[in-house]
Design a protein around this ligand. Sequence first.
Ligand code: NAP
Length: 306
Amino acid sequence: MRITFCCTGTKAQPWLEGLRAALPDATVEEWAPGAPQADHAVVWAPPQAMMDEQPGLKGIFNIGAGVDALMRLQLPARAAVVRLDDAGMSVQMAEYVCHAVIRHFREFASYDARQLDAKWAFNKQLQRADFPVGIMGMGVLGERVARALRQFDYPVNGWSRSAKAVDGVRGFAGDAQFDDFLAASRILVCLLPLTPDTVDIMRRETLSKLRPGGYVINVARGGHLVDADLIALIDSGHLAGATLDVFRTEPLPEDHPFWSHPRITVTPHTSARTVRDESIAQIVGKILAMERGEPVAGVVRTDRGY
Ligand SMILES: NC(=O)c1ccc[n+]([C@@H]2O[C@H](COP(=O)([O-])OP(=O)(O)OC[C@H]3O[C@@H](n4cnc5c(N)ncnc54)[C@H](OP(=O)(O)O)[C@@H]3O)[C@@H](O)[C@H]2O)c1
């Protein structure tokens, strides 16, 4: 069996070593133009040329949960595209989103500022019930985030394409219930895949439907958010602010207004990083299952883009 590895912006050597150790009978090599046909590919944002040269791939294993970069390519017709299922990412996402929600709700930024002046002063106590959190995307990551927020007794709303029953979470599904979901939420968390249906989903028209004092947490993809609309709604006072981890252009350009906006917190696409060893173990397990003809979890439905 031959495995080709083609991950843009990723140090290849530790992955190659891990894959070779776990698949001692396979040939595992980094892809280069002209490389021999492989059975499976392990990829992150590969070039079109790689797909064009590997028409016989059986499996394409993405080393992340989001497959939007892959869906923009022409892929070998018979290859199954397989995403990572959690693999250590959902606990990080729960941590990141809970931190952002709690930091906002408990107004920790104002205490940080006061410490600089050695000023001892409390803010008025706020009510959790006034800060319902709406999670767009109740998949592997969204559901874990919802459960974590429920541990802190925040009211949680979840919106997905199909109806979901998650303990303690008020479920909304499909386009028909989207406006009700927005109107019921004050803090909006985006955990959707980026697809033609979800691009620009956070724009003036939709964000205006959040409760006054709304707050946006985008941990999915930059393409979900219309940057100028967010800034306008914060500056007009309808939204209180945002925590953003993902951007239309990454790295976020130095002159982008998000960097200096006093109500926007920026992090460099770090909310849930791929955990290498766990990911290698999961991918190897799936490759071996596929070779045995067994079903594999996390196969992407290319017709819907996630
Ligand atoms: N910032 C980071 O570091 C980072 C790390 C990992 C992932 N991500 C992002 O997080 C995204 C979600 O990951 P995941 O593993 O949770 O994905 P997932 O398991 O595929 O879940 C996607 C969820 O979105 C819902 N959805 C998709 N299209 C929809 C639509 N048009 N309307 C309503 N709901 C829709 C799905 O509904 P159904 O349940 O009905 O199918 C599902 O609940 C990834 O695609 C990636 O972009 C970011």
